[in-house]
Design a protein around this ligand. Structure first.
Ligand SMILES: C[S@@+](CC[C@H](N)C(=O)[O-])C[C@H]1O[C@@H](n2cnc3c(N)ncnc32)[C@H](O)[C@@H]1O
Length: 155
């Protein structure tokens, strides 16, 4: 199983960048034995700032064929971390790759949102896209730890 995070906008080198790299590297290391594979971040950039539709085209090109499409959206489903881990485990067991998509300042274009197999919310509040990326990376790592049965996740 391969996990891809497709996000609008390039992060400058800095703490968010380092956190994402760290969580995804830790996920890959821990996930190998669980059949979870690796997780990679693909950043797409609409240099001319043409808006949602152009961003949606760039995102669509980056989404791997056949992957389960999961949008990150404040209007999506609220999941606990164990519920998210269970979902990831189900996608792994069905031998599907998973692609998480995060929008830019205006969010994800409605046409792309309509194609999603599932949508996840980190709550009703809107988070800056760079923080949402860090939060997702941590939740992917946490899900791997939950599936591995380690004590990382404590309620
Ligand atoms: C600054 S937000 C854009 C929000 C904008 N109101 C919209 O129209 O969707 C950038 C991206 O961060 C992610 N994001 C922000 N807050 C989120 C939340 N509460 N739950 C899930 N994803 C969120 C989404 O992928 C969103 O497209």
């Amino acid at each position: 199983m391969k996990i891809t995070i497709c996000a609008v906008g390039r992060l400058r080198k800095g703490p968010e960048h380092e956190l994402i790299a760290d969580y995804l590297a830790r996920f890959e290391k821990a996930g190998r034995g669980l059949g979870l594979g690796a997780a990679q971040l693909i950043e797409v950039e609409d240099k001319k700032g043409l808006g949602q539709e152009v961003e949606a085209q760039l995102l669509s090109r980056a989404i791997p064929d056949g992957a389960v499409l999961v949008t990150l959206d404040e209007r999506g489903s609220l999941l606990s971390s164990p519920e998210f881990a269970q979902k990831l485990g189900t996608w792994r067991d069905s031998a599907r790759d998973v692609c998480f998509v995060l929008g830019g300042a205006d969010g994800i274009a409605p046409e792309l949102r309509a194609k999603a197999d599932f949508s996840i919310s980190f709550g009703k509040m809107v988070w800056p896209h760079m923080l949402a990326r860090v939060m997702l990376s941590e939740q992917i790592y946490r899900a791997g730890q939950i599936l591995a049965g380690t004590p990382y996740h404590r309620v």
